[in-house]
Write a protein that binds this ligand. Structure first.
Ligand SMILES: Cc1cc2nc3c(=O)[nH]c(=O)nc-3n(C[C@H](O)[C@H](O)[C@H](O)COP(=O)(O)OP(=O)(O)OC[C@H]3O[C@@H](n4cnc5c(N)ncnc54)[C@H](O)[C@@H]3O)c2cc1C
Length: 383
């Protein structure tokens, strides 16, 4: 029977995209994932493959040289890369994070300056957090002062993903200290701007292939037109960006969880104890069922949230926080169960599930910890 009922089904083009990115990820990224983690090195093979295929920043609108892919498509790319290597998935994810404020609120001139380079393979990062201003990001101290020619930035950002690898940085800084969050502005900083430098690299539990660095601004001079939107709108831009990118962290979490499940299913069918494959014990079967059930629910929430962002719905706060929070909690629980189902082997670096468990943890922390996501959700509900 030909029944074209397509509610809750992805369009063919999205399924074709998944097929293409999965094939690329398995061939060009997965073979290096373990080594990238072991050596804490940048996944340059992944960058080359993503750039060559145009999957590095498919969210960039076509008028700026990109592919203009929608938010669900961007999630699919990130999910499929994360399924084999979470570190590499931060290339497309953070290219979106580092340019979304500009896309949403920047001038056309600034977009033309930055976005074609990102579509072409350069990278972008997002600089909101500081050492003493993480969850309470509005307490930031980095200052931007207006001069006759433009702006001068002073201060230090912390925890910046792909710091040192990116050419462009969206940086939030205080322009009017008397106005709290309404005295923060957003700027595009280029790596060659005078007074800009990249600081220490963090030594991390997971996503070891993704550099996390400080950014220093010492009398860093920017031309006038590098501000995104009006002075004082930077914190709003930062939060609006997160409404659009938290689903991408959800997608990363779904991908990590799916990778762990796929590896686990293969393993439990092979591994024999008590004279039969461990997949035939009900205790194992039920764990596999629960893992898959949670992933399915998380994926649906992530795609719904991305679709709502793409439609530019108002009040995205609840759904974007919920999708990131739920999916990352699922990733942590599924990867922990995956290690469990591998037994002793799961605790070694001979199999990828321990890496996936370490990588999953960050999805509960960055772009706002899951406590902060619950704050965002409850505020939206109780407003
Ligand atoms: C690997 C990595 C990559 C990152 N990448 C970036 C990036 O690219 N750009 C960027 O700007 N930032 C980035 N971050 C920063 C990240 O977003 C922050 O680490 C995160 O928001 C938490 O801030 P914090 O580390 O200062 O923790 P804190 O704010 O000190 O929180 C510590 C604990 O207290 C809890 N807590 C704090 N306030 C509350 C509250 N009101 N209610 C309940 N609990 C609360 C938190 O949930 C957490 O459990 C990255 C961080 C890491 C580790």
């Amino acid at each position: 029977m030909n029944n074209p009922f397509d509610l809750f089904a992805l369009p063919d083009e999205h399924e074709a995209l998944r097929e293409a990115i999965r094939a690329l990820a398995e061939k060009e990224i997965e073979p290096f994932a373990s080594e990238v983690d072991e050596d804490s090195r940048f996944p340059s093979e992944a960058l080359t493959a993503l750039n060559a295929s145009g999957f590095n920043a498919i969210h960039v609108p076509d008028e700026f040289g990109g592919q203009g892919a929608d938010s669900v498509a961007a999630c699919i790319v990130i999910e499929e890369v994360a399924r084999v290597d979470a570190s590499a998935s931060l290339i497309p994810a953070v290219n979106k994070l580092g340019t979304m404020g500009l896309i949403l609120n920047g001038s056309n001139e600034l977009k033309h300056q930055v976005l074609p380079a990102i579509a072409d393979g350069e990278m972008a990062s997002y600089g909101l957090s500081e050492r003493e201003a993480g969850s309470d990001a509005a307490a930031m101290r980095t200052r931007a002062k207006r001069t006759d020619h433009g702006w001068v930035l002073n201060g230090t950002k912390a925890w910046i993903t792909n710091g040192g690898r990116s050419s462009w940085y969206t940086v939030m800084a205080v322009t009017d200290p008397d106005r709290g969050a309404n005295g923060i502005s957003a700027f595009m900083v280029h790596k060659d701007d005078p007074g800009f430098s990249v600081g220490n690299h963090e030594r991390k539990l997971g996503i070891k292939g993704s550099p996390t660095t400080e950014l220093h601004f010492e009398q860093c001079e920017l031309p006038r037109e590098r501000i995104i939107g009006e002075p004082g709108t930077g914190f709003k831009t930062a939060l609006q960006t997160l409404d659009h990118t938290r689903p991408t962290i959800g997608a990363q979490a779904v991908g990590i969880a799916q990778g762990a499940l796929d590896n686990t299913i293969a393993y439990v069918k092979e591994r024999r104890q008590f004279g039969k494959p461990i997949a035939q014990f009900q205790g194992v079967e039920f764990m596999i069922a629960d893992m898959a059930m949670k992933i399915e629910a998380a994926r649906l929430m992530v795609y719904t949230s991305a679709a709502r962002a793409e439609r530019a719905e108002k009040n995205l706060g609840f759904i974007s926080a919920a999708s990131k929070c739920f999916a990352s909690d699922v990733a942590m629980s599924v990867t922990t169960d995956a290690v469990q189902l591998f037994g002793g082997a799961g605790y070694t670096r001979d199999f990828p599930v321990e890496r996936m468990m370490r990588d999953a943890k960050i999805t509960q922390i960055y772009e706002g910890t899951n406590q902060i996501q619950r704050l965002v959700m409850s505020r939206a509900l109780l407003r």
